[in-house]
Each structure stands twice: as C-alpha cells, then as structure tokens.
Design a binder for this molecule. Structure first.
Ligand SMILES: Cc1ncc(COP(=O)(O)O)c(C=O)c1O
Length: 356
C-alpha cells in the first residue's frame, strides 16, 4: 500500500460515490423536475428514444443532430431508424442550422449554459419538432422543462450518484423494469457505497485492488445500460435514491466551487464559458487547452480525474465538421461538483497552476 500525503479526498472525479449520511428521504427533486407531467426512465437515452418513437409515429422521417455531441446519443437515433444529418456547432458553441419542414432537431444545452439556438428555434417550432437535451441544464433556476412547444429529456446520472435515471416531458405509460435491470441498480448502488467507504478513509491509504473492485462493477453496469433496449420505468430503488439526494445542496455547491476555482486560477486557463451568471449550475469547470493530454495525465497521476466531453463520434465526418474539432480536441472538464470542499478545490487549482 502506498501513502498519499495530501489531506484531501484521495480520489477526485470519476463515478459518483454515495454517502449514506448525505441521503435524506425528504425529496426536493420536485422543485426541478415536475411530479405531474413527464415520465421517469432508466436512462437519458431511453427518454430520448421514447421521444423519437413518438415523433416517428406521427410521420417524422429525419432528425438534425449537433456536430458536437456525446456518442451515446447516437444509439437511440440509430435504433429509431430515422434518417439523420449533423448541423454545425462552432468552437464557441454557436450553431448553423437550416432545418427542413416536418423534421426533428436536437439541441444540447452544453455544460449548464443555455444554448441561445433554443430561443430562435422555439419561435419557429410550428415548422419542425424541437427536442432539447436538458441534461446539463435542468437544475438551472430559469430552465423550463415543461412546455408544449418542445420536447425535453434529461439524464440524471451526470449530476449525482443516482444509479440510473432519465426523464422526458411527455406522459407515457411504461411497464415496470425487468428483474435484471433492478439487479443492476442494486449492483451500481453497492459500487457507489464501496467507493464511498474507500475514499472516506482518513489514513488516505491507496489500495488499487479495492479500487478495481468497484470500478469493475461500474464498468459492468455501464455496459448493461449501453446494451439495454427495453423501454421501462426507472426501478424503484433508483427513484428512491433520486428522491433522497439533496439537489438544492448540489446547486449551491457547484456554483460555489466553480467560482472559487475561477478565482484561484486567475485567468491562467482559457475556459469555454467565461461568466457564471445567477441561476446557472455548471456541470464542471471546462477549460480549453492545447496541452490537454499532458494536463489530463498529470492530474490523473495525482488522482484527479478530469473527463473529456466528448471523444469524437465515429459517425461524424471530421472533414465536413472541422468547425467542431477544436471542441473535441481541446476541452477538458475539471471536477467542481458537490463532493468537494474548498480544500479539494484549492488542491485542484494548485495542481493546475503547476502545469501552467
Ligand atoms: C448531454 C448528454 N445527454 C444525454 C446523455 C445520455 O444519458 P444516459 O447515459 O443516461 O443515457 C449523455 C451521456 O453521456 C450526455 O452527455
């Protein structure tokens, strides 16, 4: 066993652990996601898939997708059999789109900031079907999930250890999830508790075998969700966890951590969004750098895991969409979520500044 000498959490980033002491069966998710109008699903992809099925059933044949997106979003599109075409998203996240009448358009609100394209498209929503991926933005104070002018869906797993969870703003009758899905939910829950036990150890002992144990379960569960073609309600156990998480705390802490890191980095790194206006809840602190590989590697050496949003999807033609390449190649999301206090944020800043 090796010793890590910093008195901060010994792992920063990665899959969300769950601390039983932070759970409380006194839900405030209803303040963000309406109880009445909508449907809970096992994943964001399933929620998106249900929207695509609805659109197909009313004769939609084609969907326009942003050229900057997560590969996993393509899974439901491919399964739906809809014709798809990408539209341009530029390095500053602005977009060019000229949708044809009667088609569907997906837009993504990236990293917690409202995508201004939505304001334009909402005004023209009689000519096409607008779908908003609100995964990164649904906690923002002024984002409206319920609307009859656009479809919305979210994935909850990006913000907390919710095991599973997706939602769409349409009421659909779904069957209960299968036994296998319920079992996966329990395994994912166990892995999150295990990770929490591991990182809560005050002696900061590093035990790679212990780490592997929960990482393998996470990988197995993720693989299952990727392959799952069913359309079913979220398992109760996952919904209970969602109901027990303190979402107000998440909102407050993410903002506080983003602002602190921003102050400590003192403009030494370019970032993708410069201002954190009131009401915005950031997914992470997203920097843009020519040295991404090096920075990611060095942070990982000190057990700070910064994800890449996103690897370039294999189905995207890089020549036609070179406008998005800078995003795929240069951005890195530094974790600032609710698991971390000032101490960890200062540790992250110190590590980043040493690399500047
Ligand atoms: C912005 C965004 N929306 C939706 C999804 C899909 O969510 P899920 O993994 O719950 O299917 C992802 C996956 O990474 C994502 O990044």
């Amino acid at each position: 066993m090796k010793k890590n000498h910093y008195k901060v959490k010994k792992i920063i980033g990665g899959e969300f652990e769950l601390n039983i002491d932070s759970l409380n069966f006194d839900s405030n998710i209803d303040k963000y996601i309406s109880k009445e109008e909508g449907t809970w699903t096992t994943s964001g992809r399933q929620a998106f898939c249900l929207i695509l099925n609805q659109l197909k059933s009313i004769g939609v044949k084609q969907i326009f997708l942003p050229s900057f997106l997560c590969n996993s979003i393509l899974i439901p599109v491919l399964r739906s059999g809809l014709k798809f075409e990408f539209y341009k998203v530029h390095h500053d996240l602005s977009s060019d789109i000229n949708p044809s009448k009667g088609s569907a358009i997906l837009i993504i609100h990236y990293f917690g900031w409202f995508n201004p394209l939505a304001s334009d498209l909402r005004k023209q929503s009689e000519s096409f079907y607008l779908i908003e991926d609100a995964t990164h933005i649904f906690l923002n104070s002024d984002y409206q999930l319920n609307s009859d002018r656009y479809y919305t869906f979210v994935s909850l797993r990006k913000h907390a250890g919710t095991i599973m969870g997706g939602w769409l703003n349409q009421s659909i009758k779904l069957p209960e999830s299968e036994k296998k899905v319920k079992r996966i939910a329990l395994e994912s829950l166990a892995a999150r508790f295990l990770k929490n036990i591991y990182i809560s150890d005050k002696n900061q002992n590093i035990d790679e075998l212990f780490e592997k144990e929960y990482l393998n379960i996470f990988e197995y569960c993720e693989g299952f969700i990727n392959e799952d073609k069913s359309s079913a309600l979220i398992p109760n156990v996952a919904k209970y966890i969602i109901d027990s998480i303190d979402w107000h705390f998440i909102v407050r802490k993410r903002r506080e951590n983003w602002l602190l890191l921003d102050e400590l980095l003192d403009s030494k790194f370019k970032k993708i969004n410069n201002r954190l206006d009131n009401g915005i809840v950031p997914l992470g602190y997203v920097i843009k750098t020519d040295n991404r590989t090096l920075i990611k590697k060095k942070l990982a050496k000190n057990k700070i895991y910064a994800p890449i949003h996103w690897p370039i999807p294999t189905l995207l033609d890089e020549k036609l969409f070179s406008c998005s390449l800078e995003l795929y190649d240069k951005i890195l999301t530094i974790p600032i979520d609710q698991r971390y206090n000032h101490r960890e944020i200062k540790y992250i800043a110190k590590n980043l500044l040493e690399l500047h």
